[in-house]
Design a protein around this ligand. Structure first.
Ligand code: AAT
Length: 292
């Protein structure tokens, strides 16, 4: 039909590429950290691409952002202080906004260009920054967490890119140690944890590291995101020593929230049944990831 396609391939998923048909390129820029592209696709709405990797599309961002936010926040009784690592599009912030109990959100995003681009092209997500509870920090999350006060956060959400480029250190032990230190007793971490079809080794490594560091519990959950490689994405959920956290049975169910959010977006993917189901793991994963 004469339309151009963009092919996404990367050493993170050798031997395969997926592609999306392009209506028009809306933005192309190079920041200090990465190449930033926004285009209008034919079937997934606008798409944000960093260094040739799809970060979100308008059609399916809801699945990822709702899961990475509500899996942790609905697992603890009354989250008050939350840190987001990465997440410069604002989508996770706008999901956190739904929680009335939250008093303070810090966000540490390394790349200001992602924030600016989101404000221009993804205003429904960037609205997250307008919540008065949000405190924006532009910088490297490794550095930010090194300086974070001990026991400050009820929850930390790591919405970061794949571990190539600026997010390399975000899967290493010192980073997880810093996270555990910054969490309250019984505080929770939810970390983007790749695809079980593509990255069992990476998942295994992350889980083994976290089992050493997080003395509460460590679990793996997953959800469907069609435009991420292999169509699924995982989440690593950990809690620190303290009041026990039963991740599989949300104590703070989303259905009971009044919604402090200024936006009136309905949840499109997450609900309490999906929450519990997300922890059911395929047999091959249980077998391959010994640490599970
Ligand atoms: N919600 C969109 C999904 C993302 S965005 C990941 C963000 O993490 C990017 O904006 C990137 O600039 C930021 N980031 C990367 N490294 C760091 C760092 N060291 N400190 C702070 N922020 C960082 C993730 C999509 C996952 C895709 C899965 N294939």
């Amino acid at each position: 039909n004469g339309k151009k396609r963009i092919y996404f391939n990367n050493p993170m998923w050798p031997g395969e590429a997926h592609s999306l048909q392009v209506e028009s390129i809306l933005f192309k820029g190079k920041s200090e950290y990465q190449e930033v592209v926004v285009f209008e696709s034919t079937t997934y709405g606008k798409v944000l691409v960093l260094d040739g990797i799809v970060q979100l599309t308008e059609k399916d961002e809801c699945a990822y952002q709702e899961m990475i936010t509500h899996l942790p926040l609905c697992s603890i009784p009354s989250p008050k202080t939350v840190l987001v690592v990465g997440g410069g599009d604002g989508g996770v912030l706008s999901e956190i906004s739904r929680h009335n109990s939250v008093e303070h959100m810090d966000i540490c995003e390394i790349d200001k260009m992602v924030i600016d681009v989101s404000k221009e092209f993804f205003p429904d997500l960037a609205i997250g920054f307008e919540d008065p509870r949000v405190h924006l920090h532009i910088g490297d999350a490794v550095e930010f967490l090194r300086r974070a006060p001990r026991g400050k956060y009820d929850a930390i959400i790591v919405d970061s890119s794949d571990p190539v480029g600026p997010a390399q250190e975000l899967v290493e032990k010192p980073f997880f140690e810093a996270i555990a230190k910054a969490l309250k007793p019984g505080g929770v971490l939810c970390n983007m944890a790749e695809s079980m079809w593509l990255h069992t080794h990476l998942i295994e490594d992350m889980i083994s590291i976290c089992r050493e560091i997080f003395k509460g519990s460590v679990h793996y959950a997953w959800g469907s995101v069609p435009t991420y490689p292999s169509g699924v994405i995982g989440f690593l959920l950990c809690s620190t020593e303290g009041p026990p956290v039963d991740f599989k049975n949300p104590i703070n169910p989303i259905e009971k929230l009044d919604g402090a959010a200024k936006h009136k977006r309905d949840l499109k993917f997450y609900n309490s049944e999906i929450h519990s189901a997300a922890f059911a793991l395929p047999s091959f994963l249980r077998k391959e990831v010994k640490a599970l």
